[in-house]
Design a protein around this ligand. Structure first.
Ligand SMILES: Cc1cc2nc3c(=O)[nH]c(=O)nc-3n(C[C@H](O)[C@H](O)[C@H](O)COP(=O)(O)O)c2cc1C
Length: 409
């Protein structure tokens, strides 16, 4: 497995030995194996929450099949050993162009998962993005991942964005590397599996959900160690740690998608690199760049909004053609392997991010999950770049690519 050479954030923090990594690798050779194990370790509602998409999961299936259809022609005889994969994004050096996408509920899937992911990202020196709706505070997550901490915001419009701009202030105070505004959630849509599992409204565990928790002892132990999942950053404003009170408070003050005028106000307030997430059309990318946005995060929210959206990887070449060179282009939605990361790099992305697969990893392996998956992704990326004869991540762009699904804008 990959030897993580970056200096650990906290040298005394327990990290896995090579022996343990290899053992885990034999049990979970790819993310598919983690996904298979995940529902056996966590309550039914937790797995359904992390694995579901909008409607009947059609968007997720499309994201995966779109990646599978991208083929990259190999070149041989030019690379005796596997290439390095370190990179620079927005002026910061990382050990690989692979990041953790922001997610609202990792700690529901596995109590404490937000900080487990943050620490794993810091150890490996890859970008970690905390969601404003995540289970750790901005301050705690930044302390866990000081060199790789990014923050994602939803639209807190109430009182002329008073909370939104206070979040910007807090991010600035902890030296957040990149601020991201998510544009692609004008409304929260129905995810059928999440609804069926009892998570559509308030979090009120009924008898079935309590039973689901009781039959998952490792998850229960994590709950005892880390406490009840909560919206840590938002609860600061709600002045409550009661999950349902925080949800109610947030729903009254948060919602809708940022307008371009609002994006500009945040751009002016934030002194540092900034990206907009959920961009799928080259004209939107151009608009954002014209407003001074540094990075375009191509994403369909992992298929969680509506099923009718195209796969983000099929929108990627059009966006790279429009703004590549002027802005950093990031991609997520459907990444399940280092080969997928290589495909995104070959199509012109500067880095690829993953969401769900990190939740499968933590559900399948518990506390060791995020470290194991980072290591797997880096190994797979190096192997994939070696296979196509790319000497660096950027060199992947020189490969010959078959991409039948690419959208011609
Ligand atoms: C459980 C879950 C919660 C999410 N919460 C957020 C969020 O709070 N903010 C956000 O911008 N994106 C959120 N996303 C979307 C991810 O940031 C990312 O776009 C998506 O997961 C990438 O696709 P993948 O899951 O196929 O890797 C969430 C995704 C999942 C799976």
């Amino acid at each position: 497995m990959h030897d993580i050479t970056a200096k650990p954030a906290n040298p005394s923090a327990a990290t896995m030995s090579k022996l343990e990594r290899d053992k885990n690798h034999r049990r979970f050779p790819t993310t598919a194996w983690m996904r298979r194990q995940a529902p056996k370790n966590v309550p039914f509602f937790a797995y359904e929450y992390c694995d579901t998409g909008a409607g009947n999961d059609g968007g997720i299936a499309d994201n995966w099949s779109a990646f599978d259809k991208v083929k990259v022609v190999p070149r041989y005889g030019i690379m005796p050993s596997l290439p390095p994969v370190d990179c620079e994004l927005f002026g910061t050096k990382y050990s690989a162009p692979i990041g953790m996408a922001p997610m609202g509920g990792p700690s529901l899937v596995w109590p404490g998962a937000d900080l487990l992911m943050a620490r794993a990202a810091q150890r490996a020196r890859i970008p970690y993005t905390l969601s404003v709706a995540g289970g750790a505070t901005i301050e705690d997550a930044a302390a866990a991942a000081p060199d790789v901490f990014w923050l994602q915001l939803y639209r807190f419009w109430h009182d002329d964005h008073k909370i939104g701009f206070d979040l910007v202030r807090r991010a600035q105070a902890v030296n957040c590397k990149v601020l991201t505004l998510t544009l692609d959630v004008p409304v929260r849509t129905t995810r059928s599996r999440e609804t069926y599992a009892g998570l559509a409204g308030e979090f009120k565990p009924n008898a079935r959900m309590i039973y689901e928790m009781l039959i998952r002892p490792r998850w229960l132990m994590a709950l005892l160690r880390n406490g009840y999942p909560r919206f840590a950053t938002i609860s600061h404003y709600a002045n409550s740690t009661n999950t349902n009170e925080v949800i109610k408070y947030a729903r009254q003050r948060m919602g809708g998608a940022f307008s371009w005028e609002e994006v500009k106000r945040y751009r002016d307030a934030w002194k540092g690199p900034m990206t907009v997430k959920g961009i799928m059309h080259p004209e939107d990318a151009e608009k954002a760049v014209a407003l001074g946005i540094d990075g375009i995060w191509v994403s369909n929210h992992g298929g969680r909004q509506i099923e009718a959206l195209p796969a983000s990887v099929d929108c990627l070449p059009g966006i790279v053609a429009a703004v590549g060179g002027k802005a950093t282009v990031l991609l997520d939605s459907g990444v399940r392997s280092g080969s997928d990361v290589m495909r995104a790099l070959a199509l012109g992305a500067d880095a690829a991010f993953a969401g769900k697969s990190f939740l499968w990893a933590v559900a399948a392996l518990g506390d060791e999950g995020p470290d194991q998956l980072v290591s797997l992704y880096i190994d797979e990326l190096r192997a994939s770049l070696g296979q196509i004869g790319a000497h660096t991540p950027k060199d992947a762009r020189n490969a010959k690519i078959l991409h039948p699904g690419a959208i011609k804008f």
